[in-house]
Design a binder for this molecule. Sequence first.
Ligand code: GLP
Length: 233
Amino acid sequence: MKVIVTKNDTEAGQKAFELIKDAMNNGAKVLGLATGSTPVKMYEAMVNSDVDFSKMTSVNLDEYVGMAPDNDQSYRYFMQKHLFDKKPFAKTFVPDGLAKDSEAETKRYDQVIADNPIDLQVLGLGRNGHIGFNEPGSPFDATTRKVPLTQSTIDANARFFANEDDVPKYAYSMGIGSILKSKKIILMAFGAEKAEAVKGMIEGPVTNHLPASVLQNKDDVTVIIDEAAASKL
Ligand code: GLP
């Protein structure tokens, strides 16, 4: 794991964007993308650049179950707003929150990943060490699944909804096994509330109690964190 500590998320987003450009210059065609506040500055750097993404494909990590793509809390909406509406891609994939048959949707998404092998995956980090929506206890070999969200994640997301009952309780998420298949990984984390998870991910044992710790076993992982997130290292 290569660890880069930056002053703030703007510098981190710029750094992550440079790594994306390097990968594209070396032939990368498929980007694995993430939502949440963490990658926002990276998307800003992409949007404000003159880089052409119109031949690129993106595969997103996850989506809330039951959420329509035009709901402003859906991850599809987030991606359109922060990136795709401003920088068109050739193809963009996000799990379908409205899929009627969960089993069929997870199979379909595994096929999407098989057909579009990810060259570079961008990840954020949950406060409890989750990646995508692979919460503590998730098996390291899992493929795309419908997963229940933990109370900690529901609490963290509650700020975006009028009341807690509206916060989705399930999501479709790429599994850790799918994430580990990507050639390169960039994980970003910012703020003191991520410091404990960052410490466990980098210095702790590899355990599915802290899903991101599995990245210690993977080649070509770059962790980009700000000083607050690095404060317990
Ligand atoms: C959600 C997402 C993750 C994201 C995490 C952290 O749980 N499914 O992909 O990494 O939140 O969110 P934030 O970046 O807003 O801290």
